[in-house]
Design a protein. Structure first.
Length: 294
């Protein structure tokens, strides 16, 4: 009887131990499975965190390149880059759990969207600047060519003005001087003798010029005898820094047609020798001649 009870107790103990062993095995398997799951989840989380960080770094690099182009939008791009940098710092400090990673992913996508909008706008501004630069360069070229053309025209106009000025000057021709003996009757007798002469006749012609100015013209006639004396009025006229002593002034009314001028210069005791006669338009010598009295 006692042996039967002992055998029954032993079986019971063995059964309990077997149950405990199975339970332990089941528990150990569950713990092992859970550990593997946690390890897998941690590995996945770390990988996702690194992925988000890599995306943020790429985003920052893109902003750096755009800012380096120094466009009118550089200030806006710098502000957005700062947001990316701040998010990277926060991500480094985070525990990297699923909920926080989801938040960082959401913020990254938002920043990425902002970047696409800003870069598109920046690209548009760059194209506009390129177009404006091209137009400006073309304008500079056109203005340069216009300036050169104007300079050429100015030179041509100056040359033309000089040509017109030269062409509009009056020409004095056929200048002659003769000595005469004036009788009491008014009759003039030509002579070459100094002792007989009492008047000098000076004549010249002003040629026709269609482009010359019409109106009164004054010519200064200077007669110098063989002793270098100026005959006649001996008056002096000043023209700027120049002065002219003349014998008389002849006034001519000019109307673009040929004009013959003749003036008498009375005198006495004319010296023998060569005489010089000059005609001036203001201070400019326009004609000259000479004659000799015996």
């Amino acid at each position: 009887m006692e042996n039967q009870q002992s055998s029954s107790s032993l079986k019971t103990i063995i059964a309990i131990l077997a149950i405990l062993l199975v339970a332990s095995l089941v528990y150990i398997f569950k713990i092992t499975s859970d550990a593997k799951g946690v390890q897998t989840e941690l590995t996945k989380t770390v990988s996702e965190k690194e992925g988000v960080m890599k995306d943020l770094e790429d985003l920052k690099t893109t902003y750096d390149a755009a800012i380096a182009e120094n466009t009118s939008m550089s200030e806006e791009l710098i502000k957005e880059r700062e947001k990316v940098v701040n998010l990277m710092e926060d991500l480094k400090k985070s525990k990297g759990d699923v909920s926080s990673l989801a938040k960082y992913k959401t913020q990254f996508l938002k920043l990425q969207g902002n970047m696409k909008v800003l870069l598109a706008e920046n690209e548009g501004l760059k194209k506009q600047n390129t177009t404006l630069t091209t137009q400006r360069d073309s304008t500079v070229v056109v203005l340069g060519e216009s300036k050169k053309a104007n300079e050429v025209l100015v030179v041509k106009n100056e040359d033309l003005s000089k040509t017109v000025e030269l062409g509009s000057k009056l020409t004095v021709l056929n200048m002659k001087t003769s000595a005469y003996k004036m009788r009491s009757s008014g009759k003039q007798i030509a002579t070459e003798r100094a002792g007989r002469a009492n008047v000098l006749k000076i004549s010249f012609t002003i040629a026709e010029n269609k482009i010359a100015k019409t109106g009164d013209k004054n010519y200064y006639v200077q007669v110098i005898d063989s002793k270098s004396n100026v005959l006649g009025d001996k008056k002096t006229e000043t023209f700027g820094d120049k002065s002219l002593t003349y014998s008389f002034v002849t006034d001519v009314k000019y109307a673009n047609k040929t004009v013959d001028v003749s003036e008498d210069l009375p005198g006495k005791d004319f010296a023998k020798g060569t005489y010089f006669v000059n005609v001036f338009d203001k201070d400019e010598l326009v004609s000259k001649t000479s004659f000799t009295l015996k």
